[in-house]
Design a protein around this ligand. Structure first.
Ligand SMILES: [Zn+2]
Length: 249
């Protein structure tokens, strides 16, 4: 049976979300996924339907989202559904929702020099085989500076600074470009490359996304039959239950 993916695109039009969604759909169909594509956040309205998917691919920049929709996606991923995306479409989606950012592993804060910055993407040779065989490559695009969850596993980086700014007197820093993390049982994959469709179409970037999609979607099968953690009684939280943003209000 083919795996099921949902792509949800929208938000800021400068990111060419419709074209990028169509490239992602093509990649997934080549991998025999059955793919639904939606351009409304109402695609996140039915929590049970989301849990039947293998993979959710959000591509929505600078939007606003109802808290219950984030909770629905979060619960689906916690149950084992994969989450994979790129650029602002996944990590600058909803600036006012920290749960989204906690789940995805980071949020964009700057791209010094804006579009047209030439920089290297350095593949990290680590314990993860996910990007094995992909060589370091050059990109001319936005160089994403993100605030990143220290729990992510970094698979590729880019060195700052290239363009001067208030950050450039800090020592050189290798900013994560590609990472993975876990959210409940779910696998989360992110790449900061993908400002416009032409960048997503670069062979290296397409490879990275293809591998990320497959890896994230594989989690659903691997963990099927396992109980999703409830986070209710474990650890030393004095029996407190993680309930998302409610905790911080
Ligand atoms: Zn961008």
């Amino acid at each position: 049976m083919s795996k099921k993916a949902l792509i949800v695109w929208g938000g800021w039009d400068g990111h060419e979300p419709e074209q990028v969604a169509s490239i992602f759909k093509g990649i997934l169909e080549e991998e025999n996924f059955s793919v639904d594509v939606s351009n409304t956040l109402d695609a996140y309205a039915d929590p049970e339907k989301l849990k039947t998917l293998d993979l959710i691919v959000p591509h929505w920049t600078m939007g606003e989202i109802e808290k219950k929709y984030v909770n629905n996606v979060s619960e689906a991923v916690m149950s084992g559904v994969g989450l994979a995306g790129c650029h602002g479409g996944m990590c600058d989606s909803f600036r006012n929702n920290v749960d989204w950012q906690f789940m995805t592993g980071g949020n964009w804060v700057s791209h010094p020099g804006n579009d047209g910055v030439e920089y290297m993407v350095n593949i990290k040779h680590s314990s993860s085989p996910l990007l094995e065989g992909i060589e370091d490559f050059k990109v001319v695009s936005e160089q994403y500076y993100l605030h990143v969850d220290p729990a992510v596993e970094v698979l590729a980086t880019t060195r700052f600074p290239v363009v001067k700014g208030p950050h450039s007197l800090n020592k050189a820093v290798d900013m994560p470009v590609v990472w993975t993390k876990r959210w409940g049982l779910g696998r989360v994959f992110y790449s900061s490359l993908g400002h416009v469709a032409n960048i997503v179409s670069m062979p290296e970037v397409t490879s990275i996304m293809r591998r990320g999609f497959l890896w994230a979607a594989e989690g659903k099968t691997l963990y099927s039959g396992m109980e999703a953690p409830t986070f209710a009684t474990s650890g030393n939280g004095n029996g407190r239950v993680y309930s998302g943003m409610g905790d911080s209000q």
